[in-house]
Design a protein around this ligand. Structure first.
Ligand code: E4P
Length: 217
C-alpha cells in the first residue's frame, strides 16, 4: 500500500520522504491555511520536494468550467499536480473534461459507494473516501472502503482508492487489510505507526545485557 502524507507543511513532508513513507501528498484549503503560506507558495515548494510523486491540490470553484480553469493554473506549479475535485455533478463534469486533457484528478469528499462508482466512471484517477468523518457521525468509514474496492474489482476499474480522513493507526491497518491502494496519513498518525512499548522495552533490555557482557572483557 502506498502512503501519502496529508499535510501542506514541506518540512513534515521532507521528514516522511527520509523515512521512506511518502509516496505522495494530499492537501486541502484547511491544510494550506495551517501551513501559514499562500496556496501557490506552499504547492510550488511541496511539488519540488516531491519530485515525481503526486501532489493533490484543491480549488474552490463550484462549476465545471471554473474547476477546469483553476486546474489549468495549478498544473503550471509542478509536473506532479493532481486536481482535487469535489463529488458533485459539476465536479464530475469537470473530471470528464480534465481526463480528456490528460490532467489527473482526485475526487474528494466521497461518503458512499455510489459516489465512488460515479467518480470512477467519470474517469477519476483517485477517489478519496473520508473514513474519519463517517466514523465521527457513527457510521462505518472502513466498510465504505471495502464496498468501493469490491465494486472497482468487480468491473476492473482502474481508479485508485485513497483512504482519507485518517484519525489513528488502526485506520491505516484496516485500509491495508482491505487492500486499499493508498492511505493519506497525517504526520501525527504516521508517528504513531512506528511505536510499540515492547520495542522500546526490548531495546533497553538488550543494551543493559550488552553492558553486562562488556564487563567480562
Ligand atoms: C484528504 O485528502 C483530506 O485532505 C483529509 O484526509 C481530510 O481529513 P479530515 O477529515 O481530518 O479533515
Amino acid at each position: 500500500m502506498k502512503f501519502f502524507v496529508d499535510i501542506a507543511d514541506v518540512e513534515e513532508i521532507k521528514k516522511a520522504i527520509e523515512l521512506g513513507v511518502c509516496d505522495g501528498v494530499t492537501t486541502n484549503p484547511t491544510l494550506v491555511m495551517k501551513s501559514g503560506k499562500s496556496q501557490e507558495e506552499a504547492v510550488k515548494e511541496i511539488a519540488k520536494a516531491l519530485g515525481d510523486r503526486p501532489l493533490s491540490v484543491e480549488g474552490i470553484s463550484d462549476d465545471a468550467e471554473g474547476i477546469v480553469k483553476e486546474a489549468e493554473e495549478f498544473v503550471k506549479w509542478g509536473k506532479n499536480i493532481v486536481i482535487k475535485v469535489p463529488m458533485t455533478k459539476e465536479g464530475m463534469r469537470a473530471v470528464v473534461m480534465l481526463s480528456k486533457k490528460g490532467i489527473k484528478t482526485n475526487v474528494t469528499l466521497v461518503f458512499s459507494p455510489s459516489q465512488a462508482l460515479i467518480a470512477a466512471k467519470a474517469g477519476a484517477t483517485y477517489v478519496s473516501p473520508f473514513v474519519g468523518r463517517l466514523d465521527d457521525i457513527s457510521e462505518d468509514g472502513m466498510q465504505l472502503v471495502r464496498d468501493m474496492l469490491q465494486i472497482f474489482r468487480n468491473y476492473g476499474l482502474e481508479t485508485e482508492v485513497i483512504v482519507a480522513s485518517v484519525r489513528h493507526p488502526e485506520h491505516v491497518v484496516e485500509a491495508a487489510k482491505a487492500g486499499a491502494h493508498i492511505a493519506t496519513v497525517p504526520p501525527k498518525v504516521l508517528e504513531q505507526l512506528w511505536h510499540h512499548p515492547l520495542t522500546d522495552k526490548g531495546i533497553k533490555t538488550f543494551k543493559e545485557h550488552y553492558e553486562q557482557t562488556k564487563k567480562w572483557d
